[in-house]
Ligand binder design. Structure first.
Ligand code: INI
Length: 165
């Protein structure tokens, strides 16, 4: 039996982090959480690229560009979509989620999803370093684990290597 699992080890990884400026009081905290987590997992500060975009709707465009042309092992997306009185919330949240989810399918680079969708700023702050943790940090950890897993899945099997030598 062969079991694969990614490691929470970002040593030597290049990571892109895309942050939406809309609701910046929340997203700056998500970004800080993501960067702290990456450094804690062994990433070098010089290997982290941060990209700011206007809002969550624009996050997938920049994340895809980084994944395709930025020589990164993973991307982490952080944003905050907070419900207002119009359908804008659903449109922005839906497009952001769909766009981020499609990045791996299109580019083969994993993407961590740290875009909050909440009813209030308070709920968002609770999840941006408050009582419910930091979803930016969680997204960064998931991205590192997936990048590590994909490395493992793409490595030729030991038996294949033996046969070839
Ligand atoms: N962008 C967000 O990231 N969060 C929001 O809550 C939000 N709301 O509520 O409107 C939001 N809108 C901006 C959107 O992401 C685009 O930047 C804008 O529509 C321009 O394309």
């Amino acid at each position: 039996m062969t079991v694969h699992a990614g490691k929470l080890d970002a040593t030597g990884m290049r990571i892109g982090v895309v942050a939406g400026r809309f609701n910046e009081i929340v997203t700056q905290r998500l970004l800080d959480g993501a960067i702290s987590a990456l450094l804690r997992l062994g990433a070098d500060e010089d290997d982290i690229t941060v990209v700011w975009v206007p809002g969550s709707f624009e996050i997938p465009v920049a994340a895809r560009e980084l994944a395709e042309h930025g020589s990164v092992d993973a991307v982490v997306c952080v944003g905050a979509v907070i419900r207002g009185e119009t359908a804008h919330f659903d449109l922005v949240a839906g497009e952001a989620a769909r766009g981020v989810a499609s990045i791996h399918a299109i580019t083969g680079i994993p993407s961590g999803f740290g875009i909050l969708t909440t009813d209030s700023v308070e709920q968002a702050l609770d999840r941006a370093g408050g009582k419910h943790g930091n979803k930016g940090a969680e997204a960064a950890m998931a991205a590192v684990e997936m990048a590590s897993l994909l490395r493992s899945l793409r490595r030729p099997r030991a038996s294949t290597r033996r046969a070839a030598s």
